[in-house]
Design a protein around this ligand. Sequence first.
Ligand code: ATP
Length: 444
Amino acid sequence: MGNLTALAPLVELAKKRGIIFQSSEIYGGASGVYDFGPIGVEIKNNLKRFFWKRFIHLPDNMVGIDAGILMQRAVWQASGHEMNFVDLMVECKKCHQRFRHDDEEIKNNTCPICKSTDLTLPQKFNAMFKTFFGPLEDSGHQTFLRPETAQGMFVNFKNVLDTTRQKLPFGMGQIGKAFRNEITTKNFIFRSREFEQGEIEFFIEPSEPEGEKWFDWWLQEWQQFFLDLGLSPKNLRFRPHKKSELAHYSRATVDIEYKFPFGWAELAGVANRTDFDLKRHSQVSGKDLTYFDETKKEKYYPWVIEPTMGIDRTVLAILCESYSEYPHGRSGKGEKEIVLDINPKIAAFKAAVFPLTKDEKLVKVAEKIVAELKEKSGNVFYDITGSIGRRYRRQDEIGTPFCITVDFESLDDKKVTIRDISTMEQERVAIKDLNKWLEPKTRI
Ligand code: ATP
């Protein structure tokens, strides 16, 4: 488990090792937007696969969808986002910086930047990004980049029901981009303007007991997901929303918070959206979005339990959890070392393969191992430069769980040494058994 106490060392490592970069960095950066580099994209994709297998492929009553980011403006009018997706913003009259009204210092009527107490009254600010269909930039062609993936699932309720013949309770899941024009962006990828969500809309019979039952069920599932990813129980907690902070569509919401280096903050949530969305879309579109219950012989709008999570925030939590810094190395006698002890299923590379030297015979064996592992076990890194110690350390910094060294003995005994990132223990394994050894440890 990690020992990170502030985000700065992680941000530095992320840039140095190609995990996450600031967007448009060479032009001074696009604020609140981040690019996942060669290592980061692998981690994020593995996380998404882990999510998809567990919530879409394994259960029989779940299906996936990938809806467009752009939708008719009418969707956002019906869903209430055009009216209600607002943050309260306060401007400092002295330095003209803008802040969210719920910022702690703003609550105490002080500008967090220049400490002036001369602030404007809170003003409403809609957090959706405006854009236009086609060349005419008028209100008839205006729409928004989606601020949540959920609506793409609600408007497809009938299509999915008709094509999959699912019966209640069943769910639809989606992973995709969402955009919010956040007033302030901070804490690296925690609060950004472009991010990904993993969301499920779980349709159930419309009643309070059913709602409560499935709400609790999903909260446990969601929590277990984070535990299985490797987040520690002491860094996770539930935070039920007070009535006054509930979103306009929600009857009940519980956040799952993670203890980031900057404090406890929302990682994910579960909301009971009741029949709000299906009913609203039916009313505004004029299309029937009810469900026919064959046992009860009646038509009704199902209720919806919505578990949602931030994919980027989950990546951040994984990185924070797995980051450890050793000022004098893991031996206690060397130079500073950083170890990213990530769950092997989520790590960018399943293993790294090193020939001990550049000797042709070793290189040949190592290259063959790489090809075979890539074919069957997934992404594998090949490194031939520098001492073995340096090569270990490069892999430690990006979280590669296993380092495989081909040495001169390997030519005779047809075995290699595998070193485990967490324990640093070494094991000799037959080359022919490598896939069998690696695959179960890293398979999603
Ligand atoms: P917050 O209170 O932090 O603004 P929220 O309650 O508005 O978040 P939801 O509308 O519940 O967030 O969105 C679902 C999930 O999307 C959140 O649990 C979070 O993980 C993620 N998310 C929301 N806003 C952002 C953002 N600006 N950057 C990254 N992830 C976000």
